[in-house]
Design a protein around this ligand. Structure first.
Ligand code: FES
Ligand SMILES: [Fe+2]
Length: 414
């Protein structure tokens, strides 16, 4: 099989990436983790959800973000605007909203019942006369910077973000502009906490090199074949701090019974190739940045937005992974598979089958992610080495090094 990774110099070298081993301490050192909290998670724009989660005035969801030691309310206010606030009361700093999502005219702190409008203004104080010079205008919920790109809601924890969301996304936003996301309303959500550093978890979803080895039955017959036994990708692109990879699909063998349900993820039961064929209704495959080489044997794209969000796309489908650190060596992983709402029992059963199959696949990953972390923590190896096809992992790690060394977000983006 011919693909870009056969060429010399390697893709990594041609885009200026190092090919040297990388230090394991980046995954294990609690001191490094503290620097990541401040210099990456407090400075980068972080994707927290899609606009379809809060379509009506008053709709909200709460995002608890351990790495920021913060709980954030993301709400659509009565004026229709999306706002984000710290979920912290101006009275004595209790957490205000304890529901994970809902619709609210008022956010009411349960401790002494201070009430806030869904635009974050302090609206009600019981026994207001008993306070001393209380300036209610200054006692709203503390706002958090928020912006929306193509239906994706991002927050930034800097009080006045150094760089706009547009500047932060840069060439990645340009490349992926105007995608028509099919069925963005009804995701299946899978969530779990891994005993591993957030980068160890994110990297697992960023390379296909491990598929032949640990997923031979669940994914192997789809992503590997005689022509491509190690699931080498079709192409890769680096966009500032962000990155994309297009993965190969085995079109020649009929999938095994176990893998059929995964085919459904890629094709909705249709034969898919690099370009839209008769019967395919969604234009997603024609987008210039989706399968950018329009390769016939294309399965899906991994778009990894720095630092912790994956947007993955296949013909007619998209799904996301979020990797939220909870400590130096624990991570909450949350995946959303966007599917059409079931309208028949058969479709519902298909969805359940798909979900259980995804869970099986995840269990194959889980043991390896956690044992890799354990191996790194043992101190036996000071370095890890990356295959050429693990280019997203390498680029991710190099960006982590860059952002943790940079004095400002602007400098990190240069
Ligand atoms: S701490 Fe919220 S009302 Fe008192
Ligand atoms: Fe995997």
């Amino acid at each position: 099989m011919n693909h870009p990774f056969d060429s010399k110099p390697s893709l990594a070298e041609s885009v200026g990436l190092s090919t040297a081993p990388m230090p394991t301490r980046l995954y294990t050192d609690p001191t490094h983790y503290e620097v990541e909290r401040e210099r990456i998670f407090r400075r980068a724009w972080l994707m927290v959800g899609r606009v379809e989660r809060i379509p009506k005035a008053g709709d909200f969801f709460v995002k608890d973000i351990a790495v920021l030691k913060s709980s954030i309310i993301v709400a659509r206010s009565d004026d229709g605007k999306i706002r984000a606030f710290h979920n912290v009361c101006a009275h004595r700093a209790n957490i205000v909203e304890h529901r994970p999502n809902g619709n609210a005219k008022r956010f009411v702190c349960r401790y002494h019942s201070w009430g806030y409008s869904n635009a974050g203004e302090l609206a009600h104080v019981p026994d207001e006369a008993g306070f001393f010079n209380l300036d209610k205008k200054k006692c709203g919920l503390t706002p958090v910077a928020v912006d929306v790109w193509e239906g994706w809601i991002f927050i930034n924890m800097q009080t006045a973000p150094e760089v706009s969301l547009q500047a932060f996304l840069g060439p990645m936003a340009d490349a992926l502009a105007n995608i028509d996301y099919p069925d963005p309303d009804h995701p299946i959500v899978l969530r779990g906490e891994f005993n591993a550093n957030w980068k160890t978890v994110a990297e697992n979803f960023s390379e296909a090199y491990h598929i032949a080895s640990i997923h031979p039955k669940t994914l192997g017959t789809i992503y590997t074949g005689r022509d491509n036994p190690f699931s080498r990708p079709i192409s890769a692109n680096l966009y500032g701090p962000h990155r994309s990879l297009s993965l190969w699909l085995n079109q020649s063998n009929p999938p095994s019974d176990k893998a059929k349900v995964m085919r459904w993820l890629f094709s909705s039961g249709q034969t898919i190739t690099g370009t839209r064929k008769e019967g395919q209704t969604n234009s997603i495959v024609e987008h210039k940045a989706v399968n950018p080489t329009k390769h016939e044997n294309w399965s899906s794209d991994v778009n990894w937005f720095f630092p912790n969000w994956h947007l993955q796309i296949s013909a007619n489908q998209f799904w996301t992974h979020e990797f939220w650190p909870t400590s130096a060596n624990t991570t909450v992983w949350e995946a959303r598979f966007y599917k059409p709402k079931s309208t028949t029992v058969r479709e519902r059963l298909q969805l359940e089958h798909f979900t259980s199959h995804m869970t099986d696949t995840m269990l194959e990953d889980l043991g390896n992610i956690e044992s890799m972390q354990a191996g790194m923590e043992s101190g036996a190896k000071s370095f890890v080495v990356f295959n050429e096809t693990e280019i997203l992992c390498r680029h991710g790690l190099e960006q982590v090094v860059k952002w943790t060394a940079a004095a400002t977000a602007k400098e990190a983006l240069d």
